[in-house]
Design a protein. Structure first.
Length: 226
């Protein structure tokens, strides 16, 4: 499979048959190299949204058109439906949504969630995503929390972890998260986009190395073959 980093916490997963986009913050993303039109042209199967903040909800409405499913909490699914998305799937923490490409299981995240217009977005989430024969954990925006141990018990190939600090855990705490999650590989995210998100990916890479986890520092616009 291919993992393309749009920038911030936005990723594109592709396995040759399907394309899944996570937290599609594209327009207004200061580090993004992709345009909304470029991503729209990728024949996106599903858009996954971790929570309603503008830097994650992003261009969800531009991508979730036609047959494309939008998958998130009930509150986000309902909001998307009210904005004209016809294939919005509202689930919640602890539940699994199956799709032709795989599945997404929603986990807790310690954060908050409201839309740019102030509408309450329900609980923020992380996700365990089965895609391309791999089990991926996308933490969303979160603090370190002990129940990451339970998520790790599922057996993870790769964890996407926020390291920027200020709104989420920083690189050292993300290292502690690796103790609980026990993935083989990790990708840091949610850093360097805005002032204040100054968690250092090299610090995270060193924390990962100490634990025998491979950190992949993907630059915006670049693709990791995984
Ligand atoms: Ni957030
Ligand atoms: Mn965020």
């Amino acid at each position: 499979m291919k993992i393309t980093f749009i920038g911030h916490s936005a990723f594109i997963l592709q396995d040759g048959g399907h394309t899944v986009v996570i937290d599609p913050f594209i327009a207004g993303n200061p580090v993004a190299k992709h345009s909304v039109e470029q991503v729209q042209a990728m024949n996106v199967s599903s858009v996954l949204i971790s929570h309603a903040h503008g830097d994650h909800w992003g261009n969800a409405l531009d991508l979730a058109q036609g047959d494309t499913t939008l998958i998130a909490t009930a509150e986000i699914g309902g909001y998307a439906g009210s904005k004209g998305v016809t294939n919005a799937i509202g689930a919640n923490i602890g539940g699994t949504v199956k799709q032709p490409w795989g599945s997404v299981y929603f986990t807790p995240a310690w954060h908050s969630s409201s839309f740019p217009d102030g509408t309450y977005g329900g609980m923020p989430t992380g996700m365990v995503i089965e895609f391309g024969g791999k089990r991926l954990y996308f933490a969303g925006d979160t603090a370190l929390f002990g129940d990451m141990q339970l998520i790790g018990d599922r057996g993870l190939d790769l964890a996407f972890l926020p390291i920027g600090d200020h709104y989420t855990m920083g690189p050292q705490e993300a290292g502690r998260a690796l103790d609980l999650l026990r993935p083989k590989d990790a990708v840091p995210m949610h850093y360097g986009t805005f002032p204040g998100l100054d968690g250092d990916p090299q610090v995270f890479a060193a924390e990962a190395r100490k634990r025998g986890v491979t950190a992949h520092l993907i630059q915006p616009g670049e693709t990791l073959d995984y």
